[in-house]
Design a protein around this ligand. Sequence first.
Ligand code: C2E
Ligand code: MG
Ligand code: MG
Ligand code: MG
Length: 294
Amino acid sequence: AAKAAGRDRLVLFEPALQQEAQERLALLADLRLALDAGQLEMHYQPQIELASGRLVGFEALMRWRHPKRGMVPPAVFIPLAEDGGLIVAMGAWALQVACRDAARWPGELRVAVNVSALQFERSPIELHVLGALESSGLAAERLEIELTESAVLKEAHHAIDLLTRLRALGVRIALDDFGTGFSSLAYLRRLPLDQIKIDRAFIADLDHPHAGGTARAIVSAIHDLAHALGLHTVAEGIETAEQQQVLAELGCGLGQGFLFARPLPRDATQAFVELAHREGLAAAREAQHGRGPA
Ligand code: C2E
Ligand code: MG
Ligand code: MG
Ligand code: MG
């Protein structure tokens, strides 16, 4: 009976799997053309100093405006770009565009660019960073590279060397989605980092009626750890005023999330920056909320 069921299952699932594989291949074929066709864009989400409400910079987030499917989320096309060998070219492009856009922002505003594990391991990332800084004229201190724990963990020695060289240029390094990976504390201590980004999952639970206490303990522990290592903390995915309040009480330095602003297209970012510069963050947020989510 088990065998028959197994066979039935195959019959049921095979066409679905095949269709999914074909769908992926079709999307990858489209993605191969996307960069040259100008379908990729960088959007920017504000990062705020929680105690003062000051705008400190933006995280650059890639978007794919597919001609037929509309906006394809990075959770779909970044893994595809990695599998299809496109991530290196796309990553180099992201660095160029983000640095060029940030160079137009006033003041000391920073830009944080995500770099995936494959890019970090296989590409001349250092040359790409230098090229982007040179062609944009952006000061190295205004660029931050975001890496996940898995990217850094795979090849520890390579990672430490590379991060050390990038920091020697003046570039800042942030560890993204912290708390979701498995880095040992001993290892974390050896990494040349500036900042830890506390994963959104913990922030989302902060004002949860049941999970709130545990989430608060975890965020507090991460914050203390970062402090002991001399690192700054960024809370990701702040959506409510209650979450912001708890984070401020815990002493978390920076935050980003839909509460402040969604990722904005380049022109809206430029407008946001200029308004925040002239009239303060509240005015920029107000103008943004009035316009609705991008
Ligand atoms: P990430 O680096 O952790 O980026 C934060 C994600 O959280 C973004 O999703 C952002 O839009 C979302 N987010 C921000 N605030 C909130 C909030 O308050 N609530 C909720 N629910 N979400 C919030 P996005 O833009 O879809 O990007 C997803 C992931 O794709 C990123 O996670 C990053 O790992 C990857 N990614 C995005 N752009 C790039 C890129 O240029 N290069 C590479 N290698 N990866 C990228
Ligand atoms: Mg990130
Ligand atoms: Mg993150
Ligand atoms: Mg993430």
